[in-house]
Design a protein around this ligand. Structure first.
Ligand code: TRH
Length: 378
């Protein structure tokens, strides 16, 4: 094992939502559990961290063996003692004292970047970026092929069994499943009203488990849901054949179980996107929108990997809906419904393709394994 008991400090700033801290927390846990590193996680958003782990004591604290501390980007940390490994997530700016400490101790310094399947990301992964003060910082770019920095997947990742799923269902107050259930965790968008209309027009019973508030807010703003509907976690709203259920925000520990509970997934950002793939369920990715639609290149770069596993007509239907979901063009009601019906049909091959893709990911080295090798060979 490389660097046993190495000290590792992870610095995270939360731009919005839960992905920045979600990835940082998962990384911290994995490095501690699998590489036996002594991890300190620095965050600037205690509330976001607490949403993911509600049993977190007030910061600073020790939580499950990790140190959790607060920092503010732009402020110095005069008492910082140094660490063997320093990871800045998503391009945050480290305090001067930390940079000096890295130089003095020759710490391994990583710039842990956003996940991407784009060619430039694989090419840049692991490359040094020399700094003006002579230190080197290395890019870590997670991804899907052997050149990338891998994915955050726990060695002991296991699908929950039927008893665990049933218990989790009860804890959420969900009634027994009588129709396919889709977990929807997406961003604010006018498209949700059209998609709700699509599910209503499909005429088949479906339950939409709504995580987060952005989809519900979008539906209300579009007039597709009454303003006073779904007021709190556990609320249910029935419209035609579609049952909408508002979920609570569950601890990150339970998020995988939530993904396994559903039959299909619409996930977003980065961490929920990866976890959806590990669940083996069919999914759409509502990618984090970027200026000038730059997210579409990233979206395409990902889907070109699993699409060859899909039957051709299934891939075409998925692409049409996925593009619309992510802001590339608009379908008419007839086209949208036809694509959905094809995909949701028993013979579409979508479920099988998602399972084969899951198996491929499980056959790859994880980010932690790659990092262990990186340290060993450095
Ligand atoms: O929340 P996200 O949209 O996060 C981000 C940020 O917006 C970030 O700035 C952006 O750059 C990035 O996406 C690409 O989506 P994500 O990445 O899926 O993170 C959500 C986290 O919240 C993930 O760790 C799962 C967790 N989660 C729970 O723990 N419980 C829940 O109930 C839900 C809905 C999510």
């Amino acid at each position: 094992m490389p660097y046993p008991a190495a000290s590792c400090h992870i610095f995270c700033t939360v731009i919005d939502n839960f992905g920045d801290i979600g990835v940082s927390l998962r990384l911290a846990r994995i490095l501690q559990n699998e590489l036996c590193w002594r991890v300190t996680l620095w965050t600037d958003d205690e509330a976001a961290l607490r949403a993911l782990c509600p049993d977190l004591p007030a910061l600073p604290c020790v939580y499950r063996g990790m140190e959790m501390r607060l920092w503010r980007e732009g402020e110095d940390l005069p008492q910082w003692q140094g660490a063997d490994v320093v990871i800045e997530t998503f391009g945050c700016e480290l305090p001067g004292r930390v940079r000096q400490g890295i130089r003095a101790r020759k710490s391994l310094w990583l710039n842990w970047e956003y996940l991407s399947a784009e060619e430039w990301a694989a090419a840049m992964h692991g490359k040094p970026s020399p700094q003006a003060d002579g230190t080197e910082k290395f890019f870590w770019l997670m991804g899907f092929d052997e050149r990338s920095g891998g994915l955050l997947r726990e060695q002991d990742y296991a699908a929950p069994d039927a008893a665990a799923l049933a218990a989790f269902r009860r804890s959420l107050g969900l009634t027994p499943k009588t129709a396919p259930e889709w977990l929807l965790f997406g961003y604010h968008s006018p498209i949700w009203a059209d998609w709700l209309h699509m599910w209503q027009a499909a005429g088949e019973p479906i339950t939409l488990l709504l995580a987060g508030t952005q989809i519900i807010d979008s539906l209300k703003e579009a007039g597709a849901l009454p303003r006073d509907s779904l007021p709190h976690a556990g609320s249910v709203f029935q419209t035609a054949c579609v049952t909408l259920v508002r979920l609570p925000f569950v601890p990150q520990d339970d998020f995988d179980t939530l993904l396994h509970l559903a039959d299909g997934l619409i996930v977003r950002g980065e961490d929920s996107f990866v976890r959806a793939q590990l669940s083996g369920n069919p999914f759409f990715w509502h990618i984090y929108p970027q200026d000038e639609m730059a997210h579409l290149d990233k979206l395409d770069a990902f889907w070109r990997l699993p699409y060859p596993l899909f039957p051709a007509d299934t891939a075409a239907a998925h692409r049409a809906l996925s593009d619309e979901l992510n802001g590339r063009g608009r379908l008419n009601d007839t086209e949208r419904l036809a694509h959905w019906r094809l995909l949701a049909g028993r013979d579409s091959g979508w479920t099988q393709a998602a399972e084969v893709w899951r198996q491929r990911l499980f056959a790859q080295e994880t980010a932690a394994e790659k990092l262990a090798n990186f340290v060993k060979h450095r």
